[in-house]
Design a binder for this molecule. Sequence first.
Ligand SMILES: [Mg+2]
Length: 279
Amino acid sequence: MSSGSGFSESLQSKLFMIVAMLLFTACSSKSLVDHPTTRSALWVQNASEYDAQCIQVYSVATQKLNDILSEQIKKDSLISQKPYAIIVDVDETVLDNSPFQARMILKGSNYNNEDWNEWVNEAQAEAIAGAVDFLTFAASNDIQIFYITNRDADTEEATFSNLSALGFPLNEDIDVLLTKYEREDWNSSKINRRAMVKQNYEVIMMFGDDLNDFYDAKNVSSSARDQIVINNRDKWGNSWFILPNPIYGSWEQSIFEFQNTLTETERNKIILNSLNPKN
Ligand SMILES: [Mg+2]
């Protein structure tokens, strides 16, 4: 009888442990699913529609470049001009860092410099769909490609080898990978680096996933950002090409009015207030 009771107690305690573990697993996986970037990272990594949009952007750009090259042949006999260049951003424009975001979600963490640079130094990001073919086509037509990125200067070598291994056109003779603070005045705004390229080249196209890849929109309000987009209406799809990035970007910082010290409750309130139910 006593041994039967002991067995029952042991079974009960085992059952209790199993139920507790299941509850813990359910709770922890629920909180990971609730990470602010889970749905957007899920979309980037799993929706075929994401690749389709990227291919669409680079396909339109290829047609536009063909038009520009045809025009150039006509103009060449008339005027001399600076050599052509194309400026591309790196992250989420030519390289896909969604595995980094997946790591952050799965360990319940957020973007931080240490984890980010560790990922960058692994140099195993894959190419955004359509990017290698387009830039290879441009380079084969003697167009210089410049990569302007806010990756840290000390990750330049890893970034270069990542791009190179994927077949992106690079140049060993001149610096075409312009990283943040590689020079003192190369801050995150990118305007100084764009200006430097424009000194010697005619920039015919720019590619990015963030408004700041085209126009200095640092600390600019959401409504002013909308105005920048509208004011440059003619450039989109002609000389400015934007890739989708629902995971992160300056759009999000503008919603929070560039405040870095908000509590989670304050952030959640702003998020709900930023939704427009039109009633
Ligand atoms: Mg980017």
